[in-house]
Design a protein around this ligand. Structure first.
Ligand SMILES: [Zn+2]
Ligand SMILES: [Zn+2]
Length: 397
């Protein structure tokens, strides 16, 4: 952590009302509370109650958007620009193995992506902004978004009207691979287009001793898996990034029968929308061609996931600059192959998604994921400052 970051923290704790004393401890306590009681996507009922309670306690107004889960709140005067800050609140179907004293009390459910961390950061920013409400040149809207892991939450909030009048939006993800005190983002494509596919290979079942009487769907599926490896290596330019991964293969249920069908499943990651459109066509050709050659059939089912997170260059640069001024080690991020439904907001309003170093030895979605909580309070302060700076910038336009 740099010196200026420590100074910043001091300024804030000495220059703000007494309600904010001990805010760092409070935010860590909130995060642990959420961590112990994780809830899956679209089932964040208790989480929603807790966030509502914590916002109410600070006198922060909550917008009634008719959400089933999730909370949208607002701070600042009616007139002027609107800046949104987005955190996400859902957990994953993972059995926690981090060994922390505040481990999940919900069997098979864990905050393994750090959305409890994000919630705590945005709550902290909300508290800090509330204390400065009289001086804000516009409104800050706070999104506590459900169902990020299922890629549905952002669309739910948009449909409910959460983006109305928003001039710029910012969101964060903790980055376990970066040290605490590190900040990263980039303009343009940051996270990938995430698509899912299923392939059904249909042959003709037969006795395993008489393969000549059937059409072997397992051998066909195996050739398909191998042939799919050529899609990126032979059909996509080395200048462009893409991934095709087969992640599930299922067929047969005993040792002496050739099954009729085999199911394959996997994911495709891309940045450019042209390549995103091209790959399913190419995959369809490869699988039907291979299946045809071997006397079987293959059918492709395509499930489009969230589009790439494409940061507005202006706001990515703005966030990076604000991070450097704040005292973060601010870096231009590398593009990631992961997906984020924050992408949907950026289809409607400009903004930027950023990474905050959380220094976990184990990565996101790992049962031993354990982000460093000391990154929460500085991040809360950063987002308070970022929101204010953005409001000032927008108010001056
Ligand atoms: Zn996740
Ligand atoms: Zn996440």
């Amino acid at each position: 952590m740099s010196i200026s970051l420590a100074q910043e923290t001091q300024n804030i704790s000495s220059g703000t009302p007494s309600g904010l004393s001990g805010l760092e401890e409070k935010l860590i306590a909130y995060r642990r509370e959420l961590h112990q009681h994780p809830e899956l996507s679209n089932q964040e009922f208790v989480t929603t109650q807790k966030i509502t309670q914590w916002l109410n306690a600070a006198g922060i107004r909550i917008l009634s958007l008719g959400l089933k889960t999730g909370v949208v709140a607002e701070i600042g005067p009616e007139q002027g620009p609107v800046v949104a800050l987005r955190g996400d609140i859902d957990a994953l179907p993972i059995e926690e193995a981090s060994g922390v004293t505040f481990s999940s009390q919900q069997p098979g459910v864990m905050h393994a992506c750090g959305h409890d961390f994000h919630t705590s950061v945005i709550l902290g920013a909300a508290y800090l902004l509330k204390a400065r409400e009289q001086t804000l040149p516009g409104r800050v809207r706070l999104f506590f978004q459900p169902a990020e892991e299922r890629f549905g939450g952002a669309s739910q909030l948009i449909k409910a009207g959460a983006l109305e009048n928003v001039d710029a939006i910012f969101g964060l993800h903790n980055a376990p691979e970066l040290p605490v005190g590190t900040f990263a983002t980039k303009g343009g494509a940051f996270y990938a287009n995430v698509d899912r596919f299923q392939i059904t290979v249909t042959g003709k079942g037969a006795h395993a001793a008489h393969p000549e009487e059937g059409t072997d769907s397992i051998v066909t599926a195996s050739h398909i898996v191998t042939a799919l490896q050529t899609v990126v290596s032979r059909n996509v330019s080395a200048q462009d990034a893409a991934v095709v991964s087969v992640t599930r293969i299922e067929g047969g249920n005993t040792w002496n029968v050739l099954p009729q069908t085999v199911e394959l499943e996997g994911t495709v990651r891309t940045y450019s929308s042209e390549i995103r459109e091209y790959l399913p066509q190419r995959i369809r050709k490869v699988i039907t061609g291979v299946a045809d050659a071997l006397g079987a059939q293959a059918e492709l089912h395509w499930y489009a996931g969230p589009p790439a997170v494409v940061n507005t260059p202006r706001w990515a640069e703005f966030a990076l600059q604000a991070a450097a001024e704040f005292g973060y080690d601010a870096q231009v991020a590398q593009a990631q192959m992961g997906g984020e439904d924050f992408a949907f907001y950026l289809h409607h309003v400009p903004g930027a998604f950023v990474s905050i170093g959380s220094a976990s030895h184990f990565g996101l979605h790992h049962p031993q994921f354990n982000p460093d909580e000391s990154a929460i309070y500085p991040a809360a302060n950063y987002f308070q400052q970022l929101a204010e700076k953005a409001l000032v910038e927008l108010a001056g336009e």
